[in-house]
Design a protein around this ligand. Structure first.
Ligand code: ZN
Ligand code: ZN
Length: 269
């Protein structure tokens, strides 16, 4: 019998059977080899058979797509086998570029959003917080702040700011929700309830006041009386929770306030 006929029997089932027997034998004596050699053989043997078969025209006459599939399979298994055998080869493969903080160059994953949706840059937690605090303190308009509720499933990484004008048209809040936010903003006057010195600029709602339904916060249902705080005192309330967020701030993550009076509130989008 031709030795080639044994390696490349004409019958697909005989070929598959031989391969299974080969793997079983290897598996049976696996302890004699290292597991790495076993898995390398698992991938490399069929890779060599398929590629050799293609090169010598033995795998053919079943249409072009079948040949292409065989080539992809053979190359794929060959690469996998080589990677198992020589793990150091994996370093040669293109690696995803690690993201770095725009300020300090440390590994970073928090996106800072400006103008209601533009990613301004990627930062480490410390520097995304610095940006947020700077933008917050520089904001001129009165606004509403709901305490960050980072542990809510599904919106853990989002703390968006919604400008009043955009709430209904762009973000599909009900008109009553928008009107309620505006009512809260109109209450803001006088000095900060906490420090008694600075001008109050924020209507602040502590954790637990907001209720949620389906796709978002039920802003229309809020009828609690907000604390009227200055920017400094509001930041003192919310930054520990924002800095401690276990998730990364992704594309809808942490917003700078922008454009006009509005509201900070965790939301599903
Ligand atoms: Zn940094
Ligand atoms: Zn204050």
């Amino acid at each position: 019998m031709d030795i080639r006929e044994l390696i490349f029997p004409n019958n697909h089932w005989v070929r598959l059977g031989l391969y299974l027997v080969f793997i079983l034998i290897l598996g049976r004596f696996k302890s004699m080899f290292t597991a790495r050699i076993f898995w390398a053989a698992f991938f490399l043997v069929p890779a060599v058979i398929i590629l050799y078969g293609l090169a010598t025209g033995r795998v053919q006459n079943a249409g072009t797509w079948w040949n292409t599939l065989s080539l992809v399979m053979g190359l794929g298994m060959g690469v996998l086998g080589l990677l198992v055998l020589f793990p150091q080869l994996a370093k040669l493969l293109p690696q995803p570029k690690p993201k770095k903080c725009k300020v300090c160059g440390q590994p970073a994953d928090d996106v800072f959003i400006v103008d209601g949706g533009k990613a301004e840059g990627i930062y480490c937690r410390r520097h995304v917080m610095e940006n947020f605090e700077r933008a917050f303190k520089a904001f001129m308009y009165p606004f509403v702040v709901f305490h960050p509720e980072q542990e809510r499933a599904g919106c853990a990484t989002m703390y968006p700011y919604y400008a009043l004008d955009e709430m209904v048209n762009k973000f599909h809040f009900e008109k009553q929700a928008r009107d309620n936010v505006q009512r809260c903003i109109e209450r803001i006057s006088g000095k900060c309830n906490k420090c008694g010195e600075n001008k109050a600029q924020v209507a602040y709602f502590r954790k637990g006041i907001l209720t949620w339904a389906g796709s978002g916060p039920q802003l229309a249902k809020v009828n609690a009386v907000p604390q009227l705080l200055c920017l400094e005192c509001t930041l003192k309330q919310i930054t520990p929770a924002l800095a401690a967020n276990k998730e990364h701030y992704s594309d809808n993550g942490l917003f700078a306030p922008y454009k006009q009076a509005g509201v900070y509130v965790n939301t599903y989008l």
